[in-house]
Design a protein around this ligand. Sequence first.
Ligand code: PLP
Ligand code: COI
Length: 341
Amino acid sequence: MEKQNIDWANLGFGYVKTNKRFVSYYKDGKWDEGALTEDDTITISECAGVLQYAQTCFEGLKAYTTEDGHIVCFRPDLNASRMKDSCERLAMPVIPEDKFVDAVVKTVAANADFVPPYGSGATLYVRPYMFGSNPVIGVKPADEYQFRIFTTPVGPYFKGGVKPLTLKVSDFDRAAPNGTGHIKAGLNYAMSLHAIVTAHEEGYDENMYLDPATRTKVEETGGANFIFVTKDGKVVTPKSSSILPSITRRSLMYVAKEYLGLETEEREVLFDEVKDFAECGLCGTAAVISPVGKIVRDGKAIEFPSGMSEMGPVTKKLYDTLTGIQMGRLEAPKGWIKVIE
Ligand code: PLP
Ligand code: COI
């Protein structure tokens, strides 16, 4: 198979139209078989549930070319199960988990020429999503839905690749105490847009959100979880019922313990203790692990000892081990890698 003629090394995190996408329709209480299509447009009612009441959720995962030339995906079963949780919380029909994984495999295989080559620094981002499509004017769930998957080749989420980021502690909240912060609802991202635009205008790369009830505990950013490293080398990640359970974070905590022999802790992290950590990173499918150099709250900066020029040493080891597993350089735990072809 001939690869597309794309300047893989200079891709940013943007949308590039690929050849095929998957679509399955839900009507009269059931999902159809679903099929691949070349049509990248969608026609729906002006009164569709997604347009009026934001009834939509999504997922994000990546396809990689491994060192030995296979195309693989990383833990798609966990995206399927998280999408189930999102659907249930948004009163949407669940897409069966095996159907989700099967559709990911089909969509990636159909766009194999867009999967960036090994060593290019780019990957194929896979975006499954679902939305209510029939007219809804009283506030209630839609009766008809579309489940779709498109793919787009991407480079690093943050400009500058692995250069440490500067974060602002946001004055806005990302999630409510008993709200939707733990699922991947489109509405969580809509309400973060004003906050991220403001942070960018002020020269910050991202926002750190605090817990909405007390504003004393670290939650996450708009699109990634946090990991911290203590001065004695322990890996710590915030525990909260209003953050997205990141698949990257769950994998990193396993890697830290089982591959690197580090102590790990998932617990509440007070903002007041952030100044005492040695390293800080953002983790997620898009972010991979992006180092954080500085966090500013009300004009007062916390600067991590790892500095503003490179990743801290433990963060770097975690990064190398995780990407080593994803790219097939290191043996993966059983069930983590789904081979596409
Ligand atoms: N937190 C938020 C709000 C996200 O949007 C994402 C991205 O999916 C993550 C965390 C990271 O999750 P994952 O590692 O499963 O991609
Ligand atoms: C992902 O990492 O897959 C996400 O959905 C985060 C998004 C901000 C791009």
